[in-house]
Each structure stands twice: as structure tokens, then as C-alpha cells.
Design a binder for this molecule. Structure first.
Ligand SMILES: [Fe+2]
Ligand SMILES: [Fe+2]
Length: 281
């Protein structure tokens, strides 16, 4: 009995974590499942106790117990099915996103692996955020936006992306359009909110970003991705410069806190131990 109660509570806790992180199921579905499970389970235990106390087993009593047991098993099966569906959907979505990102990175020989690195640094920053900021963010949405942040580069000519010499003003403006293109690609899909985050990933906290979005309109997710993106770019060899060391990159990021990047996110970023950055790809 104790084992089944522990298993039951564990499965509910896991389901809640999954529901919260993936947001595939609305909160009300989770709440209804919880209430039904608890109702059947409590009724089943109550009926068992009554049987023990009364010490009589009639056909009606057995039927009542059976209904409660069946109800609990039914809801448990539903929860398990929802969990499986949720995992399958998120795995398939992840594969589609990876394919899109691979297609985009195949165009730009200098940024291969950049999207995954930005996503990993973003995850690290998220994990170190104070609860106050964490509660404002949907983690799944943040991670999808991080890996898709440069998806708009798919629409930028290869000759501009891979140009070995200095870009002209016109070419620079073309590159800057990738944030807008990213939003355009994602907007007609259920990734509309991610499109907004992608649009703002090059916006500056002083309002002097690609599209001069005012600081109060820059989503928190975009501010986090901007720090991760800057760090990843600094730590990678580019056609026009060599990569910076970890210390140099951190110093550059500190120098632009409050002007280019969000000062609070930079502070969180700077407090992450170096070893944690070394453990990610
Ligand atoms: Fe970008
Ligand atoms: Fe980027």
C-alpha cells in the first residue's frame, strides 16, 4: 500500500514537472487529472478502512471498491498516455527544429554549432536566474527561441554570410534583417511568441539595437539570449577575428552591461563558475 502511494505521488510530481516545462497540456488538464486521481485514491482507501472496521464483505461493498480502483487505474492510464504523447511531440518538434537549424547553419560555415552553443549557454543562465525571474519565463519557449534565434539567416544570401572581406553598409543591413526574417518565418506558426523573442535578440538595452526597440519592450528571453549569443560569438573564430579567451569574453560582456546587454542578466552570467561553461558544447 505504502509503495503504491509513493509511486502514485512520484508519477504525479513527474507529470507536473513535464506539464510545466513543456506546456503541451494546459494547467486545467493537469488540475482535473490531479483532482480525479486524488478523489478515486482517497475513496478507495476510505472504503478499505470501512471494510476493515465493519468486517463485512457484501457484493455492493466489493462493487464500490471496484469502481474506485477502476477509476484510479483509468486516470493513471490517462496520465501515462498524456506523458507519452507529450514526450513524443516534444521529441518530434526537437527533430524538426534541429533540421531547420542544420539547414541554416549549412549556409554559414563560420557559425556551425553556434545555435546549439547559444541554447546551452542560455540554459545555463536560466538555471542560475533568481526564482523571481525564472517565474516570468516559460523554459521550453526560451530554449526553442535560443536554438532558433538565427533562423532568419536562411533568407540571407550565402555571398553576404560568408564574405571574407569587410561588409559594406548595404550588406551589413542585409545581415541585420535576419532577426526580422526569423520573426517572419515563425509568425504564422504556433511559434508566434518565439518569433517576438527572435526579433529582439539583437536589441540593445539602451534602445540602439537593430530595430531600435525600446528597452521596456525587449522580452526577458531576448535579453538572456543576447548575453548567450554575445558570449558564443566571442568564443568562436570568425572570418575577421580569432576567438577570445573565456576571461576576455567575460570582460567584454561586463563592459557592455547596461548599454548593449541587460545588466542584471550579465550579473547572473558572470556568477556562473567557469567550469560550467567548459562542460557544455
Ligand atoms: Fe543573430
Ligand atoms: Fe547568433
Amino acid at each position: 500500500m505504502l509503495y503504491s502511494i509513493i509511486t502514485f505521488l512520484k508519477s504525479l510530481a513527474n507529470f507536473k514537472v513535464q506539464a510545466n516545462e513543456q506546456k503541451i497540456f494546459a494547467d486545467w488538464i493537469y488540475t482535473i487529472c490531479m483532482i480525479l486521481m486524488l478523489f478515486f485514491f482517497v475513496c478507495y482507501i476510505a472504503v478499505d478502512i470501512i471494510f476493515l472496521v465493519a468486517d463485512t464483505v457484501t457484493m455492493t461493498n466489493l462493487l464500490i471498491a471496484f469502481v474506485f480502483v477502476f477509476g484510479a487505474i483509468f486516470v493513471y492510464t490517462m496520465i501515462t498516455m498524456l506523458k507519452r504523447m507529450s514526450t513524443t511531440i516534444s521529441e518530434k518538434t526537437g527533430e524538426i527544429i534541429k533540421t531547420l537549424v542544420n539547414a541554416m547553419e549549412a549556409k554559414d560555415q563560420y557559425t556551425q554549432g553556434h545555435s546549439v552553443h547559444v541554447a546551452n549557454v542560455t540554459k545555463l543562465i536560466y538555471e542560475h536566474l533568481p526564482e523571481r525571474l525564472k517565474n516570468k519565463i516559460n523554459k521550453a519557449r526560451l530554449m526553442d527561441a535560443a536554438i532558433l534565434h538565427d533562423i532568419g539567416k536562411i533568407g540571407i544570401p550565402d555571398s553576404v554570410l560568408n564574405k571574407p572581406s569587410k561588409l559594406t553598409q548595404k550588406e551589413r543591413l542585409m545581415i541585420e534583417q535576419h532577426a526580422k526574417l526569423g520573426k517572419k518565418i515563425l509568425e504564422p506558426t504556433s511559434y508566434q511568441l518565439i518569433g517576438e523573442i527572435v526579433y529582439c535578440h539583437h536589441e540593445r538595452i539602451d534602445g540602439k539595437g537593430y530595430f531600435n526597440v525600446s528597452p521596456d519592450k525587449i522580452p526577458l528571453e531576448s535579453r538572456i539570449i543576447a548575453v548567450a549569443d554575445t558570449f558564443s560569438a566571442l568564443c568562436t573564430d570568425r572570418i575577421y577575428r580569432n576567438r577570445k579567451s573565456y576571461e576576455e569574453a567575460v570582460q567584454i560582456i561586463k563592459d557592455v552591461a547596461g548599454t548593449q546587454l541587460d545588466a542584471e542578466i550579465v550579473e547572473v552570467f558572470c556568477n556562473i563558475p567557469k567550469a560550467e561553461f567548459e562542460s557544455i558544447v
